[in-house]
Design a protein around this ligand. Sequence first.
Ligand code: PEP
Ligand code: MG
Length: 564
Amino acid sequence: MSGTSTRPGLMRGIGIGRGTAVGPVLRMPDPVPDPSDHPSALAPAEEQARATEALAATAAQLRERGQAAGGTAAEVLDALAMMAEDPALAADVQHRTEDGATAEFAIHAAMTTFRELLAGMGGYLGERAGDLDDVARRAIARLQGLPAPGIPESATPFVLVARDLAPADTATLDLDRVLALITTDGGPTSHTAILAREKGITAIVGASDAAGLMDGDLVLVDAENGTVERDPAQERIDLARQRTATLQAIRAASTGPGRLADGRAVPLLANIGSPESAREAAARGAEGVGLFRTEVLFLGAEKAPSVDEQAATYRDVFAQFPGQKVVVRVLDAGADKPLAFLTDQGEENPALGRRGLRALAAHEEVLRDQLTALATAAASSEAHVQVMAPMVSTAAEAKYFRDLAHELGIPVAGVMVEVPSCAIMADHVAANADFMSIGTNDLTQYVFAADRLLGTVSSFQDPWHPAVLRLIEQVGRAGAEHDVPVGICGEAAADPRLALVLVGLGATTLSMSSTSIADVRAELALRTFDEATELAALALGADSAESARAAVADRIASWPPPVL
Ligand code: PEP
Ligand code: MG
C-alpha cells in the first residue's frame, strides 16, 4: 500500500522481487505533451529556423547516444537520426511554417503524416512508424527547453524514478546503470512490474510519495518490504544487504523440479513474452511455459503478422522446451496493450471493452491465422504445445475457442480465468475447457473494480485478499470435480508464500516470471500439501489481505524454522 510511514524519509510502494539497492536518484522526465495548433507569433522564417535547428540537434544527439552505446543500439539510433534529417520531412515542415504554424506543431503534424504513410507500407517500414513519434517528441522537447524524453543518461549507476515506463523503456533498461526502478504509478501487475520481474530488476511500483524525490537524493530501495528510504543510515544499508545475501543463499540451494516437502509435484513454469525470455526461462530451470504472452511480439505492428512470420517465432520459442509443456496465449490485445489490427479506437473504458478473446472473435481471421501458425510450429517441434484464450467471460466463449483450436489442429485448448464471471461459473467453464489458468492480475483488477495500472488505487491490487482467494478456491474445486487442471499464471504465483496458499486452494501448476522460480521452489520444498491446505484455509477465513498475510505468516512462524 502506498503512503508515508512513520520513519522520516520512508516511502512505501509495492516491491517487485526481493532485492535491495542503494544509489542516487535520477528522475525520468514526464512525457512531452502534443503541441496545439495555435498560430505563431513569430515570422515564418524564424519558425523555420527553429525547426531546422531542433531537427538537426535531435539527429546529432541520437547519433552521439548511438556511438556511446555501440552495437545494435548504434544502428537503431542512427536510423532514427536519419528520420530527423529526411529532406521530404524538412520540406513538409517548411510548408507548414510558411502557412503560420509554430515549429513545434509543424514538426508534430509532419511526423504524424509520415507516420501514417510508413504504417500503410507495412512490413519492416510499418513497424518503424512508431519511431517517428519518438523523434518528434525529442525535437519538440528541445524547442520547448524540456529534457529529452526517455530514460535519462548517466555515466554512473543510478536509481530510476519515473511516473511509469513504456514497455519499450523497460525492455531497453541498461541493467549495468539502473540499480533499481521506482514508479509512482502502476500496481504489482502493471506491465512495468511484469517486465521488471522478468528482467530481475529490483523495483518498487505505486510509490506515490516518491514523486517528491529529487535528482541526486540517496535512497535505499528494499523490494521485499516495499520501501524506499531517503538518506538511509549506514546500519540500515548493512542490514538490507545482509538479508539479501541470506535470501540468495536459500535460492542458490534450491534446484530441480517444483515439489512440496511430501514429494507432491507442482510444476514451476515460466511467463514469457519473447524468444529471448524463453531462453532465459529455460536457463533458469523453468519446467516449461505456463503463459506465452504472444501480443508482446506484435505491439508495434500496424498489420496482423503473417502465418509464416508467426510460425518462425513460435518455432524459436518451442525449441527451448523439448518434451515440456508450452502454453501459448493467443493475442490478448486491448487496454494497455492495444494492437492496431485488433483493438477498437476510442473506447472510453478499454479495460472493459472489446479486448482479449472478444477482439479475436470479432476478427476471427486473425485468430485462425494465429492458431494455424501455432499448429504448424508445434507439428515440427518436440514441445507439448497447448493454447489458451484471454479474457474469457462465459462458458460459451470457452466452447467457441476450444472447438476452433481443435478444428485447426491444436488438441489441448484452455481458458484464462481472469474475469469474475468466468470464475463464478467455473463448473460450466470447466466442462468446456481442456484446462483453466487463473490470471490473478486481471482477476484482482476486476474483482475490486480498480485499474491495475493506476497508482492511486494500487492498494486494491492485492491477490492476498480473500475476495480473490474465494474465487480461486471455487475454480480449484471445479477443476478437481471435472478433472481439469488448474494453473495460476498471474503474478500471485511469484510470491513464495502466496504460491503455497494457491497450491492449497487447488492449483496444480504455477507459472511466473522465471526470475521468481528459485524463490518459489525453495518455499514449496519446505511444506507439505496438508500444510499448504491449512495455510489456504487460514487465508480464506481472513477479512482482508493484510490479515490473510498475517495469519499465514504467524502459522509459518509457529512451525520449526527451515534447516539450511
Ligand atoms: C493476468 O491477468 O493475470 C495475466 C496473467 O495476464 P496479463 O497480466 O498479461 O494480463
Ligand atoms: Mg490478463
